[in-house]
Design a binder for this molecule. Structure first.
Ligand SMILES: *[C@@H]1O[C@H](CO)[C@@H](O)[C@H](O)[C@H]1NC(C)=O
Ligand SMILES: *[C@@H]1O[C@H](CO)[C@@H](O)[C@H](O)[C@H]1NC(C)=O
Ligand SMILES: *[C@@H]1O[C@H](CO)[C@@H](O)[C@H](O)[C@H]1NC(C)=O
Ligand SMILES: *[C@@H]1O[C@H](CO)[C@@H](O)[C@H](O)[C@H]1NC(C)=O
Ligand SMILES: *[C@@H]1O[C@H](CO)[C@@H](O)[C@H](O)[C@H]1NC(C)=O
Ligand SMILES: *[C@@H]1O[C@H](CO)[C@@H](O)[C@H](O)[C@H]1NC(C)=O
Ligand SMILES: *[C@@H]1O[C@H](CO)[C@@H](O)[C@H](O)[C@H]1NC(C)=O
Length: 665
């Protein structure tokens, strides 16, 4: 007869024995549990290899697991990753410990800003008592947008310094200013400088649309796009655990299969904002022509939001590498109602700048990113009852090194908490996302490097009322979490949001756009990279097998690739400036395996990681090889350069070609 594992209380065994038995049983369970856990860990360690061979289809955790797309799970804290990242080494450091002499105060009732001087702090600083406080004064310099060339030292005007009195009401025409405080008449060096932005409330011009919208009586959500450049979802977990935990605990939706469509910021952000792929965007926005972006066919979605009665804003830090200006002409007309570039350029030129890893980190009293996020909060707080659309993009603490986001984890969390506490999330759909992962540096040498580069983070927060009104969106988002998505879907989602606010107006896709799928609708399970607008080389869905780097065909393909790169330099007429490239070695070779196609193929896809001379430069390419013809088929500009080219491509200006040019000495 089978004995029950747990003895009944009223058995003839004493109570103590009974408790002992329970303890023994529990220990057995714990031990068995530990063994299972141990086996499981061993198992996942093994399965963690994301370069699976065709036969290795062991079920394990996947970001996406569908018939057409398998993106395996990556452990952000693999032993390999921990060798190059020590979380304990990073902490938030404020830019200054000095007390602010001037504070900005927002008056909700009148929607105005005032500047408040901390008189006791000023007294302390001037080392005098309150009677002599006249010795100290503060003044402001207004910053104004000026001219059409917004490069790194132009595009703004800075007025002379106007003294202001206590609780100075900032005039409504001032968008940003720098304050300076001096001791006495004679000093020329400011004791303290600070910079402030203002979102000045402006009534919407009485456009036909505004009237029509209020008539429709549809509640419109605000939309904020908050971007952190080069942050993969894997690296977010690794470097910003506080932020990540907050997102999870507060029901932000995540898209785990969010795959970049092209190499760097421009194409990925343009896909989300215009739904054009890079070549089309270059054409339609005439990026290399002054004023090109301002043309309507450039299709920047903030123009549509404005048509739908939204106030618009765009802010980005580090003007020298910013999305619309790096290697291109920026905007001639200010693109949005609120626009931060003149301020950003001005403070970099007129305030104390501290750089980390080559990028400005602190400007004056704040981290660069704080100006961007403060602006976003001001925007949201000024317009509580009217809808807004804003893009707020941060490069400063994430673009150059994969570990730097760790220094801002606490700060970013603070802003997210404020957004929640100020009820901003109750009126706003927020996308917290990146354009791509790290594109160079040590992270890309990890086994997971291929995925790190290609899977930017994407989190979405929906107001409760929006969830209630559209339960099917929530359902779709939960499914789409593990589906393949791309920046084109973000455009489709923004379009979807607008269409819901006014079913009367038509909002067609323009010619040349790539149509994504709104993430509020279920993404088909069998979606392929091709359908999602993701080029093969960037696609994380495809199954690849490892091939020996000594394989004759692999070497052959590598040499063909180098030939193509050299031909490219000739075609761009830069072969006299740039060195002839030679294969140094192949680091890793992968070959696409297909479960469906015929195995006796003569068309193969290789993915090679190789180093080139002179100078041991690091490249990756996905290339089709026709065995019969012994030919490859590749667009050289799709070959990724894994190390930074800034040091070696100084001799040419052509942005796209820089990756392949190693200047002759
Ligand atoms: C004003 O300055 C004093 C003295 O430095 C400081 O203790 C106080 O916190 C400051 N007030 C504010 C509101 O920051
Ligand atoms: C500063 O200088 C001006 C003229 O040079 C003078 O009129 C004024 O009294 C001075 N103020 C102080 C606080 O010394
Ligand atoms: C906007 O309102 C006007 C009248 O106020 C009406 O004639 C027009 O059809 C409306 N348009 C849309 C797109 O709702
Ligand atoms: C889009 O293309 C079609 C056919 O090529 C053309 O008839 C139409 O005018 C174009 N629309 C726009 C807005 O350019
Ligand atoms: C994907 O599924 C849809 C609907 O089930 C079907 O119409 C389509 O042909 C499928 N596409 C592929 C590539 O399998
Ligand atoms: C694979 O190729 C062989 C010969 O080229 C052909 O006979 C066979 O039908 C193909 N199989 C599939 C599934 O296409
Ligand atoms: C491969 O090359 C052969 C010979 O040149 C050609 O007939 C064939 O069409 C090529 N295959 C593809 C897919 O281009």
């Amino acid at each position: 007869m089978l004995k029950s594992k747990y003895l009944p209380i009223n058995s003839n065994i004493s109570r103590r024995t009974h408790i002992k038995a329970i303890i023994m049983n529990s220990m057995q369970i714990i031990v068995i549990g530990l063994i299972i856990l141990f086996i499981r860990i061993l198992y996942t360690l093994d399965a963690r290899h994301f370069y699976r061979t065709a036969t290795d289809i062991a079920p394990t955790e996947y970001f996406v697991l569908t018939s057409e797309c398998q993106i395996p799970y990556v452990d952000p804290f693999s032993s390999e990753a921990l060798e190059i990242f020590d979380p304990k080494k990073f902490t938030y450091v404020s830019c200054t410990n000095d007390v602010a002499l001037v504070q900005q105060i927002y008056l909700h009732e009148t929607k105005q800003y005032k500047l408040h001087m901390n008189l006791s702090a000023m007294a302390e600083v001037s080392n005098t008592n309150d009677d002599n406080i006249e010795d100290m004064y503060c003044c402001y310099r207004e910053i104004k947008r000026s001219g059409i060339y917004e490069f790194t030292t132009s595009g703004y005007e800075l007025s002379s310094c106007q003294r202001f009195q206590q609780d100075f009401l900032v005039p409504r025409h001032i968008d940003y200013l720098i304050t300076e405080c001096y001791i006495g008449n004679e000093t020329k060096v400011a004791t303290q400088k600070d910079a402030f932005t203002f979102i000045q409330y402006r009534k919407l011009t009485d456009s036909f649309n505004a009237k029509n919208f209020s008539k429709l009586g549809i509640k419109r959500p605000s939309v904020l796009l908050l971007g952190i450049d080069s942050l993969s979802r894997i690296n977010l977990r690794r470097t910003m655990p506080k932020t990540f935990t907050h997102l999870q605990k507060n029901d932000w939706f995540e898209l785990k299969g969010f795959n970049k469509i092209a190499d760097n910021t421009f194409p990925n952000l343009m896909a989300a904002l215009t739904s054009y792929n890079q070549p089309t965007a270059e054409k339609k926005c005439q990026c290399k022509t002054l004023g090109g972006y301002n043309q309507r066919m450039c299709n920047l979605i903030w123009n549509n939001f404005r048509d739908y009665g939204y106030r618009t804003a765009y802010a980005e830090d580090v003007p020298i590498i910013s999305t619309f200006n790096y290697g291109r002409y920026g905007f001639v007309e200010q693109p949005t109602d609120y626009y931060l570039r003149p301020f950003a350029i001005c403070i970099e030129n007129n305030m104390h700048v501290e750089k980390i890893d080559g990028l400005p980190d602190c400007i004056g009293r704040k981290h660069y990113a704080q100006y961007i996020l403060d602006y976003a909060l001001q925007f949201s707080i000024t317009y509580t009852d009217e809808p807004i659309f804003g893009l707020f993009w941060m490069n400063s603490f994430s673009h150059n090194s994969f570990d730097m986001p760790a220094t801002m984890d606490m700060k970013i969390l603070e802003y997210l908490v404020r957004m929640k506490d100020e009820n901003i999330l109750e009126r706003t759909i927020v996308f917290l996302f990146a354009d791509h992962g790290m594109r160079f540096g040590p992270l890309l040498k990890l086994k997971s490097g291929f995925l790190e580069e290609r899977l930017p983070m994407m989190f979405i927060s929906l107001p409760q009322w929006y969830r209630n009104e559209h339960p099917e969106f929530v359902k779709a988002l939960l499914v789409n979490k593990n589906r393949l998505t791309s920046p084109f879907d973000i455009y489709a989602t923004l379009k979807h949001i607008l269409e819901l606010t006014n079913p009367v107006i038509e909002f067609p896709y323009l010619n040349g756009t790539t149509k994504g799928i709104s993430i509020f609708r279920e993404i088909p399970k069998n979606r392929t990279c091709l359908k999602a607008g993701i080029a093969d080389h960037w696609c994380t869905c495809l199954l690849y097998e490892i091939v020996s780097i000594n394989d004759k065909e692999v070497k052959n393909v590598a040499h063909l690739l180098i030939d193509e790169m050299n031909k490219y330099l000739v075609s761009k007429n830069i072969e006299t400036k740039c060195a002839v490239l030679k294969l140094n070695n192949i680091y890793q070779a992968l070959r696409k395996t297909s479960r469906k196609d015929n195995n006796s193929y003569n068309e193969l896809t290789y993915r090679l990681w190789y180093f080139v001379r002179p100078g041991f430069k690091d490249f990756q390419a996905t290339v089709n090889f026709n065995r019969t013809a012994n030919k490859i088929e590749i667009n050289v500009e799709d070959i990724s350069r894994l190390d930074s080219y800034e040091q070696t491509a100084y001799c040419i200006d052509m942005k796209e070609a820089k990756k392949y040019c190693i200047c002759r000495k």
